[in-house]
Design a binder for this molecule. Structure first.
Ligand SMILES: Cc1cc2nc3c(=O)[nH]c(=O)nc-3n(C[C@H](O)[C@H](O)[C@H](O)COP(=O)(O)O)c2cc1C
Ligand code: SF4
Length: 575
């Protein structure tokens, strides 16, 4: 193991370093970490057990994680799963008897436009088929490394606004925005961001300039800039594409943020599922240092030093929530904090911190490079600029689209080549479900908001299967710290199961709505608050579907429905 610092924020890195040696941590490792960090073994166990990618038992010389998102399910998850089981000899969730392969399922890995997809030893494998699986496993059995045989995922940037109206995906040269700092006071930077009307692109749409100003106002000897690259919302992969295509643009935005708020340390919290991007991002950071754009005494009107490190996550969707992310960076369980303080007041290590999304930082770099007017001329009055949207599902051209805010839903669906669309999930499972009756709505913050993804499903897809997949996701990803989310997601999941089995009644729909309200009102963080969204939307917007799935009169029982058999089936399913 590399020599490590004993400071608690190094814990995740230390666990990774030990874990990489043999693919799991044994009792000795836990004891060693406990001594090194001066905390109890139970405390270390608590952190290790929180993250999906840390194992306490052998996980195979090669560890396979097959994505189980709904997009994977609809593009062949089952047959690919069977192929892995056959070729490796490892049942799902197990290691094969020779110890060669560990085979697990995992939540969305940000490759929804190239499903079914898997990570093997954290290298990406896309568009899997049983034949492809056979080939991959045979190569691994004969000594190839996963890194040697995987292919870099495609970026699939399908569309940018014509006539020089692209804002993000346009030509980039490192330092163009940073060089402007020699003429700008820190407050002029956030004032320009405010003038452009930029709202955060991570889903909550908080005004970025205001966030930076608030952080500036909090005096401290240390401040931090954090880039949230945890992108775990199923169906969302725009940040992966942006980080792969133009990492420098994101880094440039972080440097501007640091100057504006007075920070000297930056971190990119990169989800472990994107570990294969780490080298490229670090090489870009080094390139910025070599160009004199990162490090000490940077060219700016006020004295300015700043540098960036990459922090790898370890597999937990909730760590995208900014306070959970900060806890994770501090080497704690990635549980959301109670909101006594905003990160701009007490963030990383209790110091003022700005946390922004990958795309947000890219936008700030463009605003300073091109001026606020360049953004204001795009989009609508209330939603200036462009938006990156990840598109997947039943459409001809899945991939990433940069569109101007304000495009009509119907036009967007035509643009992506949507095939007979019926159920469209906007902004991932925690977003909004829309029907084709809403074709005329505009994708904008004032109408149909979009955090960054569209999943298109046609008439042949079963709405309950989609909802069930989403519900399984939330049930699994809930950190469990607050009861409404922990219990509510479980109960809603069981209700959906009941309806799926043909046992649903009108009462169950009402119960789902009631539980949805409880989750929304009483959950500690956005995960629990947003988890019921798609279920409630679906009940309201697809009544014809639920009419055929739910017994509203009791007549099904009267028609000789075998209740006892159905209950047995239900009990077997939920065991
Ligand atoms: C469960 C959950 C997951 C989240 N995941 C992400 C994420 O992966 N990326 C992100 O930028 N924001 C995510 N957010 C939102 C962040 O908490 C935060 O609002 C955002 O990083 C702020 O950046 P912005 O202002 O630039 O949007 C998530 C929120 C919740 C509740
Ligand atoms: S809402 Fe869910 S994920 Fe968020 S803190 Fe509560 S239990 Fe954890």
């Amino acid at each position: 193991m590399q020599p490590i610092s004993l400071a608690r924020p190094q814990l995740l890195n230390a666990i990774w370093a030990m874990h990489d040696v043999k693919g799991f941590l044994d009792d000795n490792d836990i004891a060693q970490l406990s001594t090194l960090f001066g905390v109890s073994a139970v405390e270390i166990e608590g952190v290790v057990s929180f993250y999906h990618f840390f194992h306490r038992k052998p996980s195979g010389r090669h560890t396979i994680y097959l994505n189980n998102s709904i997009l994977s399910e609809f593009s062949g998850f089952e047959e690919v799963k069977r192929a892995f089981e056959k070729e490796t000899g490892a049942a799902l969730g197990k290691v094969d008897p020779t110890g060669n392969f560990g085979f697990y399922e995992t939540s969305c890995i940000g490759l929804s436009d190239q499903e079914p997809a898997a990570l093997i030893d954290f290298c990406p494998f896309t568009e899997l088929t049983p034949q492809k699986v056979k080939y991959i496993v045979s190569k691994l059995k004969t000594g190839s490394s996963a890194a040697a045989i995987c292919e870099a995922p495609k970026d699939h940037i399908r569309y940018t606004p014509p006539d020089d109206r692209a804002f993000i995906f346009r030509e980039f040269e490192p330092g163009r925005a940073i060089k402007k700092l020699v003429d700008l006071e820190p407050q002029e930077v956030f004032n320009q961001i405010k003038e452009a009307g930029l709202m955060g692109m991570g889903g909550a749409f908080f005004p970025t300039g205001l966030k930076w100003e608030l952080c500036r106002r909090n005096h401290s000897n240390r401040k931090f800039v954090v880039c949230n690259a945890d992108e775990g919302e199923p169906g969302t992969f725009k940040d992966r594409v942006l980080l792969n295509h133009e990492p420098g643009l994101v880094i440039e935005g972080m440097i501007l943020g640091a100057y504006a708020v007075g920070a000297s340390e930056g971190k990119i919290y990169l989800r472990a599922e994107y570990r294969y991007l780490k080298d490229k991002i670090e090489a870009t950071i080094q390139d910025f240092r070599d160009r004199g754009l990162l490090g000490d005494d940077l060219p700016a009107k006020k004295p300015f030093s700043f540098d960036i490190k990459v922090q790898l996550g370890a597999g937990a969707y909730v760590c995208g929530e900014e306070t959970a992310l900060l806890n994770s960076m501090e080497g704690l369980r990635g549980e959301p904090r109670t909101k006594l303080y905003f990160p701009v007041e007490r963030g990383y290590l209790s110091k003022p911190t700005i946390v922004n999304n990958v795309e947000t930082f890219a936008c700030t770099a463009r605003i300073i490079e091109l001026g606020p007017q360049a953004m204001l001329r795009l989009g609508t009055k209330e939603s200036p600029g462009t938006k990156l949207i990840s598109v997947s599902g039943d459409c001809e051209r899945p991939g990433v689209y940069e569109i101007e805010w304000g495009m009509k839903l119907g036009d967007f669906l035509d643009l992506v080549g949507a095939q007979d669309p019926y159920f469209i999930q906007v902004s991932g499972p925690s977003g909004t479900s829309v029907s084709m009756k809403e074709r005329g709505r505009r994708i904008s913050r004032e109408d149909l908001t979009c955090g960054g993804s569209f999943m298109v499903f046609n008439k042949n897809r079963d709405v309950l299967q989609i909802l069930m997949n989403f519900s399984n996701f939330f049930k699994h990803e809930s950190c469990g710290i607050c009861t409404p989310c922990r219990a509510g997601n479980f109960i809603m999941n069981r209700k959906l199961q009941k309806i799926q089995l043909g046992l649903g009644s009108l009462r169950d729909l009402v119960d789902l709505e009631d539980w949805g309200k409880t989750l929304k009102q009483a959950s500690r963080c956005g995960l629990g608050q947003m988890a019921p969204n798609s279920i409630i939307d679906a009940i309201h917007k697809f009544p014809e579907y639920f009419d055929s799935r739910v017994d509203k009169s009791g007549s099904r029982l009267n028609r000789g429905f075998d209740m006892a058999a159905a209950v047995r089936e239900y009990e077997a399913a939920v065991k």
